[in-house]
Design a protein around this ligand. Sequence first.
Ligand SMILES: [Zn+2]
Ligand SMILES: [Zn+2]
Ligand SMILES: [Zn+2]
Length: 145
Amino acid sequence: MTPAGAPDRGHPSAPVPDAGSRTGRRPTEEAGREIAGTGVDAEGRCAHYRTERDVVANRCATCGRYWACHRCHDEHAGHAFGRMPLDAPDAVLCGACGHVMGYREYSAHPACPSCGHPFNPGCAAHAPLYFALDAPDAPEADGLP
Ligand SMILES: [Zn+2]
Ligand SMILES: [Zn+2]
Ligand SMILES: [Zn+2]
């Protein structure tokens, strides 16, 4: 029954147990989105793609989650990556700021239209893995790294 305003005696500033005081809170968490994958860092890089520009996460139409890359999905999801329709408004997630966009917006910008973080131009080679592109020369998943 200690009054609220009582002097704080015999109670040194003990270190608080680590209750959720993580540093580097992910912007995507604040936006209510989470990037799944292997070794995903605060901006959506993963064990497979770790360059400065690899911050984009792609959504799987089958499980509805955002993944750091298709290899992460292969390792964890247990099903083939569900390619997103080109007109889906939320197929791509910027891991740097949490901005979601569709394929057309994503493919039209070399950087995030929201925060300006550059995207990896090499990701375009993987677009057939992530999007329901019907390009005649688009191979199935095999043949890509
Ligand atoms: Zn999936
Ligand atoms: Zn990955
Ligand atoms: Zn962004």
